[in-house]
Design a protein around this ligand. Structure first.
Ligand SMILES: Cc1cc2nc3c(=O)[nH]c(=O)nc-3n(C[C@H](O)[C@H](O)[C@H](O)COP(=O)(O)OP(=O)(O)OC[C@H]3O[C@@H](n4cnc5c(N)ncnc54)[C@H](O)[C@@H]3O)c2cc1C
Length: 436
């Protein structure tokens, strides 16, 4: 079986940025044989949240390359140039393209690396390949839509799988009920509903705000926005605060002691979590203000409320909701419930579970490499799940371009030694596929 230098799990922005960095790094330091495995059938960036009026929350200059290599041909500006839209974009006078356009930019970058990516396969485990007492290689197992299991061997691994939907415990039993869905499936699931009239949106972040406005603009809908907080607080993107998303700040966070890191995260939480853009907040406020003018009760802002219990039957999804100030509760029946309740970033632990004896709790060094026990030779890197050690920029686009350069550097050190040992160890061919 062929042995790759590197396998990347997921082909979202993080690993596309890495594919670009490897290509550009390879021009000076030698080619790395990299293969990426992506669950979706083709590239798409949060496709179920590509809402018509949604915009980027970050400058287009923080694309997949510019902060690392402003002269890269994979920049957003070169994308515009190649699409013959550069002049028009300049006339837009914005740093914040639509999410549709940024998705198109990302798809354009991904298209240059399609030959390196296996689309339509979901990785479900990574196994150790032993050489004596040492782990010499990793065996990456994935499953395609037909159930067929694919196996690949690699000397190093980069996990960039993004977040998994965070489902509040009260909704855990309703995962198969199509009337209750997470924001990450919003457009697809809404499209499957039979003209829903009464809907609840749970959450107070950017996605909750966008979904509320999207639903409120649809004819005949009545939407309850249910949130534990009293007020929507805007994302703080003022210039000094924005410096926490500079690459140097990653050093600042990483070099702090664990307790101080947690305090830093807490202090700037409002840059990214439960913090929609001010413009969106103003639009939502206007929706409720217009209702006051007309005396309508069509949409409700259920501030300081929490879902206590959920019961689903043929009539709909019944939410018992408690007022956190008074303790009173009431029940409402909905045709659909959207959980804009954020993401968890633990998927890497499940994928790496068979390697736990060597990788322990998956703690990473500054270069995002998982610290391994003696005798574990492959290099394993994590992208997008190192927020506790590397700061709030970790899950965003902000430091992505620079992070990939750091991973490339670390790979350069890790690979020659690993590949020399592995090629000696793996003279025997092994079956490339097993039926799942
Ligand atoms: C709606 C929305 C809007 C956002 N807007 C912004 C913004 O404006 N600015 C910003 O900085 N950040 C934004 N973000 C944050 C977002 O996390 C980053 O923009 C970016 O998507 C992170 O890239 P990633 O590759 O790490 O993760 P993802 O984009 O989540 O990509 C991960 C990829 O891995 C694949 N995958 C997952 N599991 C497996 C598996 N087991 N096997 C194979 N493939 C797998 C997924 O299908 C996906 O394609 C937004 C997030 C959301 C949800």
């Amino acid at each position: 079986m062929h042995i790759h230098d590197l396998i990347g799990i997921g082909f979202g922005p993080s690993n596309i940025a890495l594919a670009i960095a490897l290509e550009e790094h390879g021009q000076r330091h030698g080619k790395v044989d990299a293969c990426f495995i992506e669950r979706q059938g083709g590239f798409a960036w949060h496709p179920d949240m590509l809402l018509d009026h949604a915009h980027m929350q970050i400058s287009f200059l923080k694309d997949l390359v510019t902060p690392r290599n402003p002269s890269s041909r994979y920049s957003f500006l070169n994308y515009l140039h190649e699409k013959s839209r550069l002049q028009d974009f300049i006339n837009l006078k914005t740093f914040f393209p639509s999410r549709h356009e940024f998705n198109d930019y990302l798809a354009w970058t991904a298209s240059h690396f399609e030959h390196q990516c296996a689309f339509g396969e979901s990785v479900f485990e990574v196994l150790p390949e032993m050489q004596g007492k040492d782990v010499s290689l990793l065996r990456v197992r994935s499953r395609d839509a037909s159930g067929q299991v694919h196996e690949r061997l690699t000397r190093s691994l980069v996990i960039g799988v993004g977040g998994a939907p965070n489902i509040p415990p009260s909704f855990a039993g309703l995962q198969d009920d199509t009337r209750v869905f997470h924001s990450s499936r919003y457009l697809s699931e809404l499209g499957r509903q039979q003209a829903p009239r009464r809907l609840a949106v749970i959450g107070a972040g950017q996605s909750a705000a966008e979904i509320f406005l999207d639903l409120a603009q649809r004819d005949g809908t009545e939407v309850d926005l249910i949130t534990r907080c009293w007020a929507f607080k805007p994302s703080d993107d003022s210039p000094f605060v924005n410096e926490i998303f500079n690459p140097e700040y990653t050093d600042y966070v990483f070099n702090n002691a664990t307790g101080q890191r947690a305090a830093l995260l807490e202090e700037y939480m409002n840059t990214n979590y439960a913090a929609p853009d001010l413009e969106l907040i103003q639009q939502i406020f206007e929706v409720f203000y217009r209702q006051k003018v007309t005396g309508s009760q069509r949409h409700r802002f259920r501030r300081r409320h929490e879902v206590e219990a959920v019961v689903a039957d043929d009539a709909g999804v019944h939410l018992r909701v408690a007022n956190l100030d008074t303790g009173d509760s009431d029940s409402t029946c909905y045709d659909g419930v959207v959980l804009a309740t954020g993401y968890q970033r633990q998927v890497h632990r499940d994928l790496l579970a068979p390697l736990q004896p060597w990788l322990g709790e998956c703690s990473v060094n500054r270069h995002y490499q998982v610290q391994a026990a003696e005798g574990f030779r492959p290099a394993v890197f994590l992208q997008g799940c190192c927020e506790p050690t590397h700061g709030l920029s970790d899950t965003l686009l902000s430091v992505m371009a620079v992070r990939t350069a750091e991973i490339c550097q670390a790979l350069q050190h890790a690979l020659p030694r690993a590949s020399a040992r592995a090629s000696a160890a793996h003279a025997e061919p092994v079956a490339a596929m097993a039926q799942g």
